[in-house]
Write a protein that binds this ligand. Structure first.
Ligand code: MTE
Length: 389
């Protein structure tokens, strides 16, 4: 068995898909999406999702239709002054400028990002739930360009005892009397799972353009397969430790609990991977359609394991008695969603369309899930009300 230090030193890492390093024009902050493109659930901080009919138009989500989830106002970061601090259980405490990242091989991956609160609003049918009232648009699929976290950790040297990588943002989130940075934590095994970027990536570009301010300019983490909260934006610090980060967004928030007592928080573990999920984007909710054949389309995301692939998506127009298997369209890549379409027969009795899905790891969307206090991981059968004439 190889030790972690050996693994990081290259023993367990295979250099594949290395793209040439491009030293392009200096990155600048881009303006974010507007109310024309996204439905804003709040503007300060900026929290917005696309209409599902826009979202399912393309396998790669254009940045203007990509959801924004921020806990605090966007920090304004001068790229010249910017430094990424790397500390904790490392051989060399380091500060990297953006230019320093160009020392490492550039990697481009495609990965779906989804908020743990996606579809939160549906929990209100069981009992009221607080937080941003997301419908099913807090998800998007983009290309991400940057350097593998594994390459950087390999360079700075990680102590064998280190078990977790803490990621910390440069934003200031109101908390108690003061403010805290948004923080995440990932097991070191995930950080070094692959150095092709599919373990964890430090990203400077989204869909081929410098990150916009909304999406974490100038540098963010992308952790494929994990809930969006682990992909820290405006990344300021990477720290190695024996235990998960004590940051509020790891130690308390982003846990599935039915009450928010200190005991419930303490007993629940942090959410890492996202579960399988799917939604219907066509027709739109509440639409009136004629009786007869109806084209239905949507997205499906397999559970967040590298080898997890969508197996089947099914659609019902009669309350779950009969099901039609959907056709999957577009590319199939690790940690990426797929789009799908199906044709179902609707009658004046049809009050809703339902979709459900399964993946190759045995995960499936259940008919119902238990309510939880923060409204996370809603992945029960997706139900879309329609009127048929
Ligand atoms: N990083 C920082 N620094 N601050 C934040 O509020 N929100 C997280 C994550 N990274 C957040 C953050 C959450 S909850 C999600 S779902 C994703 O960013 C959303 O990324 P996006 O806004 O680029 O879609």
């Amino acid at each position: 068995m190889i030790s972690r230090r050996q693994a990081l030193a290259g023993g367990g890492l295979l250099i594949v898909g290395v793209l040439p390093i491009r030293r392009g024009r200096a990155a600048t902050q881009q303006p974010g999406a507007t109310e024309k493109e996204l439905i804003f659930r709040s503007t300060e901080p900026r929290n917005a999702e696309p209409k599902l009919s826009d979202l399912i138009q393309s396998w790669i989500t254009p940045t203007k239709f990509f959801y924004i989830r921020s806990h605090a106002p966007n920090p304004r970061i001068d790229p010249q002054q910017y430094r990424l601090k790397i500390d904790g259980m490392v051989d060399r405490v380091t500060e990297l400028r953006l230019e320093d990242l160009q020392r490492y091989p550039e990697r481009t991956i495609t990965a779906t990002l989804t908020c743990a609160g996606n579809r939160r609003a549906e929990f209100n049918q069981q009992a009221p739930v607080g937080g941003v009232q997301w419908e099913a648009g807090a998800i998007g699929n983009a290309t991400w360009t940057g350097v593998a976290l594994a390459d950087v950790l390999n360079d700075v040297g990680v102590a064998d005892q280190a078990r977790h990588v803490w990621l910390e943002g440069l934003d200031a989130v109101p908390h108690g009397e003061g403010t805290i940075p948004f923080g995440a934590s990932i097991p070191i095994e995930k950080a070094i799972d692959a150095d092709d970027g599919l373990g964890a990536l430090l990203v400077t570009k989204m869909n081929g353009e410098p990150l916009s301010e909304d999406h974490g300019f100038p540098l963010r983490a992308i952790v494929p397969g994990y809930i969006g909260a682990r992909s820290v934006k405006w990344l300021g610090r990477v720290s190695l430790a024996e235990h998960p980060s004590p940051n509020h967004y790891v130690a308390e928030a982003y846990k599935v609990v039915t009450d928010t007592s200190p005991l419930a928080w303490a007993e629940a573990g942090p959410i890492y991977r996202y579960p399988i999920n799917a939604a219907i984007g066509k027709p739109e909710a509440g639409m009136t359609v004629p009786a007869g054949p109806l084209e239905v389309a949507g997205y499906v995301l397999p559970s967040g394991k590298r080898d997890s692939r969508v197996r089947e998506v099914w659609v019902s127009a009669d309350g779950g008695r009969g099901w039609v298997m959907a056709e999957l369209v577009g590319e199939e890549l690790p940690y990426c969603w797929r789009l799908w379409r199906a044709e179902v027969e609707v009658t004046p009795e049809t009050k809703e369309l339902i979709c459900r899905a399964s993946d190759s790891t045995g995960e499936f969307m259940p008919p119902r899930i238990a309510w939880n206090a923060k409204g996370y991981l809603q992945n029960s059968w997706f139900r879309l009300p329609i009127n048929v004439q």
